[in-house]
Design a protein around this ligand. Sequence first.
Ligand SMILES: [Zn+2]
Length: 706
Amino acid sequence: MHTPLTPYRSFVMAAALSAALASGQAEPAARLADYQALAAKSKQHLELPTYPVTADEVRAQADKAIKRADAELAALAAQDPAKLNFSNTFAAFDAITAKVTDAYLVIGTVAESAIDKDMRDAANEMSVKLQEWGVGLDYRDDLYRALKKVADAKPQLDAEEQRNLNEQMRTYRRAGLALPPAERANVERLRKDLAALNTQFAVNINEARAPMDFTAEELAGMPQSFLDSPGIRQPDGCYRVMVNVTWQYIAVEENADSADVRHRVMVTRYRLAREANLPVLSKLVALRADIAQRLGYKNWADYQTETRMAKNGATALKFEEDLVAGLQPKYAAEVETLRQLKAKAIGQPDAKLERWDVRYYTNKLKKEKYNVDAEALRVYFPYQATLEGMFAIYQKIFGLKFVAIEPPYVWAPGVQLYVVLDAKSSVPMGAFYLDMFPREGKFNHFACFPQKSGGWMKDGEYDLPVETLLCNFPAPSADKPSLLKHSDVETLFHEFGHVMHGIMSRSKFVAQAGFNVPQDFVEAPSQMLENWVWDKKVLDTFAADYRDPTKKIPAETIDALVAARQATEGWFERRQLSIGLLDLGLHTLSADDAWLADVAKVTNDAIARVTIAAPEDTFWAGYIGHLAGYDAAYYGYLWAKVMAIDMASVFKAAPDGFLDANVGMRLRNEVYGKGNTRDVGESVEKFLSRPRSQEPFLEYVGIKKH
Ligand SMILES: [Zn+2]
């Protein structure tokens, strides 16, 4: 059963379509069949996924994928041990599991995009089922034994095959399959305890509530819109702030004139879930260290980073410490600027800046000195022109051509389909769908959803990848096109970067293709492309006032945007580092130390060393959800960002800047195209033509080169 679109939504979608048609897309879209024929000529296979159209079909499609893979894997494991070779074990395993992954990708997209709620519910249910099937795969002893037999024989393999074999055996080793049976059972039991504690930690955070009531005088400085927000004003005339609700907490920290109120609110925030999570985190840290040691690692950070670019905890730690030092001059200058603002405001020249002053004076600084009207910039970014502008840039730098195709099927009105060709040879490389405006029940952020990983087929043809963008840009109205914020444009460049990454990657094995790169790298190619929208030359290629396209964004406005971003970037990054370092501090403890660790002290010390101390007798770490699920991984945000800016700096220095096609082609060939078929660190340095560096990042933050 399909939920009918409400009249408003259908109007919006129709408006979006007509806006698209009115702006040069009126030519009839090309036929998919023509490009399928073109693909076939060059031994490529251009086929779109099959989308289920009812809830029953969702379930049937998932069940069929699992049933088929189970039968094929059973046959793989049952082969005559004397006849096992790389091709009938590792390569076959990759091909069989890739089909389940593809089913999972399609069903995951249905869960986030189908109009029919029953379909979304069925898709969510089946996503969980497919995920669980995937986890169970790592623990299947029959498959492990078949693959291990081939690995032990050390067959002659090429580099990609060897990498696939190494990574697959590593997965088994990390799951404990290489351990003697009794010890394997112990690790399995400890892992179950770990999973339960991780869940408990997250539940304690989700359930923490902290209402605080204030008088109107106490909340002096708060915007009227805050005081008028639903739930704030109480019948007794008080104002209630839910300190666990992040936007309310931040609003108070940014606006309340009373330092005492900001202090009390921060103390409350930093004590959320403290009683419950202090013992849980202590146990988690000890348990992780214990599991790591049983699996042969020095500590949990070594275990977690083994599959990432950092490769070990010490490297991640050194990366963070180097940044702490590199950021020091900028950080110190920013803190002094804020301190002076406070000194002036309270009339005490030697005033000390406290942690609960930072957001308040940052807000003042931004309002007084770096006031850029984000709303006024929207006129330069009508959706369609921005999309086409971005298309033109990516086509130029990566040597590609995008062709709009008449889609054989769409899951909602307004969804568009494109085929990507290599510009020089016209050989198809993949396809992507765009689903760009909000509607009821749809995923409510911005993200790239891969639909099909692509990869070699038995007959030697390459099955081309397909991607989807699910976004929520402001819908156009009857008299106005959809106008984007500058931050929306940055998001568009970022998310479409993932589409490019997925489509350009080529790998013998799906396990090493596309987004199957180390977790501390996967965001870097997209983060790199965010830099494009801060460059006047790039923006001038498409950004123009929709009412008068001869008007471009003034250079001073772009400079002001950069200055506003940089004004407190040092603080922001040091805050990130404080979380990264408290995380690594806990997870580089050896098993013995971990059992005794005072986790409140370890984490509070890291905060005080790298930023401004948290209020006394608080335990912020107990409210940092990343510590259960993203443990020993928080450094990855900055790791990827620093690398992204390092890569962007090569464009910046190129003759044609961010539009340089030579640098773009090198990026396509050395980084995007390679996926995880070789060490990603090597790929990045081949592109850079030099070792990686933190210098471009420090420059981005506003530290001049020395
Ligand atoms: Zn991303």
